[in-house]
Write a new protein. Sequence first.
Length: 256
Amino acid sequence: MKKILLLGSGELGKEFVISAQRKGQYIIACDSYAGAPAMQVADECEVFSMLDGDALERVVRKHQPDIIVPEIEAIRTERLYDFEKEGIQVVPSARAVNFTMNRKAIRDLAAQELGLKTAKYFYAKSFDELKAASEKIGFPCVVKPLMSSSGKGQSLVKSADELEHAWEYGCNGRRGIYYVLIRRLIGVMISGIPLRLAVIRLGVLLLPARLAVGRFCPLPVYCILRIPIALVLIRIIWVIVIHTDFLLESMLNDLF
């Protein structure tokens, strides 16, 4: 039997706990609030802020786990290196977790160390830094917390007048990390709507028509019209849009 420290106790963590217990493992579920989903089925639980490195270390010393499994982003991932050096297995590894859960680290790794093509971006720790970065990037641009959940705190900013609201919304929606990210938004626009969103809206508009066909048409006609030609076309357009956006980003990044 292995003792596993699960850092994060959401719904995915709950599924992990159930599966690991079926294999005979002992699970300690951790999160910043009591009664989290995974805690309800785990063998033990701990409530503390995992962004607090000292608190994280105290829990590790208390339980002496064989394996640490990070499940959420809001973790002081740098401490995992020390635990790994002490012989505790970090899944998949401390380095992988630090890069993938630390959005600043993974973005800088891709853009700076590996030289991959990315949208131009800046970090801002104050509203003045955000305004300065927006002048370099231009509009429209995206302002978002470096770490959040479910898209909270993200804004599409079309002019300088919207920056203050985007800053406040981003700060209120962030989780733990004080940086706010601003990046270039490049894409084809239709009546002020990004083309990707326009394609999605077209699919939504076509849905009632497809339902009406299924309800009111005679069966032979329904069987013919049921073939989702419109959705196939939308998917083709979607692929073209994605490649077009990435091509535009690469070309404009070379220019600017």
